[in-house]
Design a protein around this ligand. Structure first.
Ligand SMILES: [Zn+2]
Length: 467
């Protein structure tokens, strides 16, 4: 049997790997590669093999860099079932529709420019209709419920990995010519003690491990008490009459911030000001969280006894429509606005930033990783002048950085995960994926020293290995 690497090879996006077992072809994830428009378009249009030849797919979690190219796969001929957990099914449904809309809007924007230059138009990578055609292929399988794929040649089971709602690592047993191989695909591994979600489960033994390496060279700093810091910072800004803008991803981070504010509100530690979640996608995603308490950890389950809605409190207002979003900008009194995108690259948060960034009373709270060259990164790096929606602005608002919200295990967490898989001495190969070059290389070195009997490989795009 073989494995062929296609996406998230020496990079963090576009997760996609192909397992070849006794003639069957099973795809692990089909993520969108994110980068400059031209390169992304080319990479996202190429598939590891013609999609009609792929029999089935296993999806680790709903994040768009793992699921976002499924409509493209379906558009190109894939018709097989896509196995995922029930929460992943619900989130993927919403995220793929949103992604189809973004792809269409992006192509429209580009075509307006092209028509001015008398250039031929481009087609969107895929459309909302393609996303609709992909959605019925999703097949839910609960955590710890074994299922078979490839006509019984591969058995698989999802285990909770605590990264986002519904996220899983996949334990698989493949059989070919009387030989069996145990394979684990980590998906993205969550950190321990993450709010809302359960801790990652301990993986079983395996012969082969395909593992993410996002924070392969980093250890998270000792945790700050996020609720104390949040309450202090909010109350400080409110006291001077400012507004608080929180750019946040729609999946997980928004709910984490809302849940923290909900707890502070209930405890009477938060000023009674309005809190807006200004993002239609985040509103839809939060509704999905409410439907999946099976993914919640003990703390939030316990809190449900006194407060049946951990994502709603008296001062919290969910905003879908544009008119209400615009009205928030007219408000003169203090409030909190949670809005996307998380790295300030697009979306409604740009309008809120443009309206508040020059006001020294206001503040921007950063609760997520800010990639290079994004507006979020420029603000985190302390630039005094930035461009928002094409216009220059002086940065006078306070910039506050929260480090405790993280979706990924750090180097120690990754090391522990691999250590557990290797414990019985059976593990022979670790393939590192989903990481920047330096993070991956650092982790390779660490794991090489930890596990001398194990080969640690950083596969390139298109590389195939016998396993
Ligand atoms: Zn992820």
């Amino acid at each position: 049997m073989k494995i062929k690497f296609w996406g998230a090879a020496h990079t963090v996006t576009g997760s996609s790997h192909l397992l070849l077992v006794d003639g069957a072809r099973v795809l692990l994830d089909c993520g969108l590669f994110q980068g400059s428009r031209k390169i992304a378009r080319q990479i996202n249009s190429e598939f590891v093999i013609p999609p009609a030849g792929i029999n089935e797919m296993i999806l680790s979690h709903a994040h768009i860099d793992h699921s976002g190219n499924i409509p493209g796969l379906v558009k190109a001929g894939f018709r097989g079932p896509i196995y995922c957990t029930p929460a992943t099914q619900d989130l993927t449904r919403v995220l793929l529709r949103d992604s189809g809309h973004i792809q269409e809007s992006d192509a429209n924007f580009l075509n307006r420019k092209k028509s001015r230059n008398h250039e031929p138009p481009v087609e969107p990578l895929y459309t909302m209709d393609d996303a609709e055609r992909a959605i019925p292929l999703l097949r839910p399988r609960s955590y710890d419920e074994p299922f078979t794929v490839a006509n019984g040649r591969l058995s698989a089971v999802f285990r909770d990995v605590g990264h986002i709602l519904g996220s899983a690592f996949v334990e698989m047993t493949a059989a070919e010519n009387g030989q069996t191989r145990k394979i684990i695909f980590s998906g993205d591994i969550g950190p321990p003690h993450k709010t809302i979600l359960k801790d990652p489960e301990v993986p079983a033994e395996a012969d082969v491990l395909i593992m993410e390496s996002t924070y392969g060279n980093r250890c998270h700093a000792a945790e700050e008490d996020v609720e104390i810091k949040l309450a202090d910072c909010v109350n400080r800004v409110v006291a001077r009459g400012g507004k608080i803008i929180i750019p946040a991803f729609s999946v997980e981070r928004t709910q984490e911030v809302v849940y923290a504010l909900n707890k502070l509100w209930n405890a009477g530690k938060l000023q009674r000001i309005p809190v807006y979640v200004d993002s239609p996608l985040a509103v839809n995603v939060t509704e999905i969280f409410r439907h999946h308490p099976e993914c919640f950890d003990q703390e939030i389950n316990q809190s449900l006894i006194d407060d049946p809605d951990p994502f709603g409190f008296e001062g919290l207002i969910y905003v879908r429509d544009v008119m209400t979003s615009k009205r928030i900008n007219m408000l003169r009194s203090p409030c909190i606005v949670i809005s996307g995108s998380g790295m300030c690259e697009a979306g409604r948060v740009l309008h809120h930033l443009a309206n508040n960034i020059e006001d020294p009373r206001s503040a921007v709270f950063f609760v997520g990783f800010q990639a290079e060259n994004t507006l979020g990164r420029k603000l985190v790096d302390g630039l005094k002048e930035v461009k928002i929606l094409g216009d220059p602005y002086q940065v006078k608002a306070e910039i506050v950085i929260f480090n405790s919200f993280s979706g990924h295990a750090d180097a120690e967490g990754l090391r522990a995960f691999a250590g557990n898989v290797a414990q019985s001495g059976r593990l022979k190969k670790i393939f590192l994926v989903h990481g920047e070059e330096t993070a991956m290389a650092a982790l390779k070195e660490t794991l090489g020293a930890d596990l001398p009997n194990c080969e640690v490989i950083m596969p390139a795009r298109g590389e195939e290995f016998e396993i």
